[in-house]
Write a protein that binds this ligand. Sequence first.
Ligand code: ARG
Length: 571
Amino acid sequence: MSDYVDIVKQAINDLYGDQVKDLTVELMRPDPKFGDYSTNIAMRLKGILRQSPHVIAEEIKAKLDERGVFSAVDIAGPGFINLTVSAKALSNQLEAGFHGDLPYGENNDGQGKTVVLDFPSNNTAKPLSVGHLRPANQGWAARNLMRATGWKTISDNHLGDYGTPFGIWVEGFRRFSNREKLNERGVYELGDIYVKARALMKEEEERGETEFADKAQDWLLRLDKGDPEAKAYSQRFNEISIKHTNEVLARLGIKTDYALGESFYVKDAVKAVHKLVDDGIAEQNDDGSIIVRLDDYGIKTPILILKSNGAPLYATTDLGTLIYRRDHFHADRVIYVVAEEQKFYFIQLFAMAKKIGFQMELIHMWFGLIDQINEDGTRSKMSSRKGVVLLEDLLDEAEKRARENAKSKDISDDDIRKIAVGAVKFADFANDRYTGMLFDWNTMFSLTGYSGPYIQYAAVRVNKILRDNAEHLDDEIDAAYDYEAEKSVILKLLDYPETVRAAANDLQPHTIARYVYELAKEMNRYYEKTPVATSEVPAGVRAARLGMLKRVSYVFEHALCIMGIEIPERM
Ligand code: ARG
């Protein structure tokens, strides 16, 4: 498509020269009965050229006709220009795209600059829950989009392994648990300890007591001072949590390059805070706490970067993290994949970064919460009767359902896993990330609707045709073949590079999800009308059609890979 944009731009430049220098040309895809591409450029030129759009459109049409690239240039309505390209020319265009320097669909917008992606950044105090699904999926897809657009990516799981939870764990462990239980139940034991301790602290608080909380705080201070017992606890708990985190992420096919937790930054972060005070950027309050005022950035609430008792907090370690990512990763951009509840926090953090003089581009890639459909049809925040839904349980359930759906056929466990994960992930991308994710087991596995399995099935079908006809894949293509039957599929494939670019620019993996869905539908329409490899199809035409299917297979694979969805062998 971008080549056609260039051709239209060239025509306009030839006609109007400097007057239109900075004008961007966009091509839309109109209703196919009007043409293949369309532009409203004549209307937009009206103001600049002080001419009627119709006259301008006529001039552009004449220029384009001269160029002879389009088989038809039509003017419609108040000055739309509709462009038609022959199917053959489109297929040549597609082939040229596939023989470019980069893999088809990819570009070099990022020019090798470095982006750090912060996800899923779970707190180690609890097992992964359904709440970690979105940061994991969206973060992974964002990483893939950045890679496809020429960025060097560094993914870093900013583990929440510091602060009060640690103290709560140690104190809770000593009261409610023991070594055997911990060894046996691992992270689930830690999760239970945490929940019990929280409940106890709440009771204490209601009675106006702080015994447990004080003890927990004490453990944290001991850890800060390097006390060996506290350190041993911290190591053991972290080991358990990280192992669990990696195992669950692996089921989702996700792996981050680093998992530098908050605790990693504490020491340097506290130093950095004091330096900010020395530099006059931060201020110490009378109670000893340290803040950075953000009024100059239109934010009334200052950001607190050290507590009155000298203890670091979330923002402290984030300051340390910013410094580390600048100095060690040389990040040009940092993307924080974190739910919408932390919007204001990131507004504050980014303003502080600006005030300090950080040059990196900082983005909060936020997303909405997860809702579920209840048995009575109502919608509510996702939970199980016990409380949170654990991510492992959710994936087990997804596999169970994938297996049930597949009942009679012989499908490998690995394929079942791919279908289960694909269904869950696709639901995450089904709407734009700002919209909450709706968790509905039924639509998630629908083979006819807007779902992961529906798209995987379309990809499996293409791959099967290619496999079954492997011996014809290199047959000679009929040079005279016109590709008319493939035209709308080819147009769709030609949209792919711009789709990737748009998804990357907006950090919206959803755009890719929409695209593959439309491609899948397009393919189903295609098979209905067009035999690919039956005996009635002449060999040269069959070769052309199989060649086009190879392109389709590539695009499915590439697009699904961006979303972190694998294609099963069979389903
Ligand atoms: N652990 C935090 C939470 O669960 C998210 C951390 C996000 N990353 C960051 N650099 N603040 O709320």
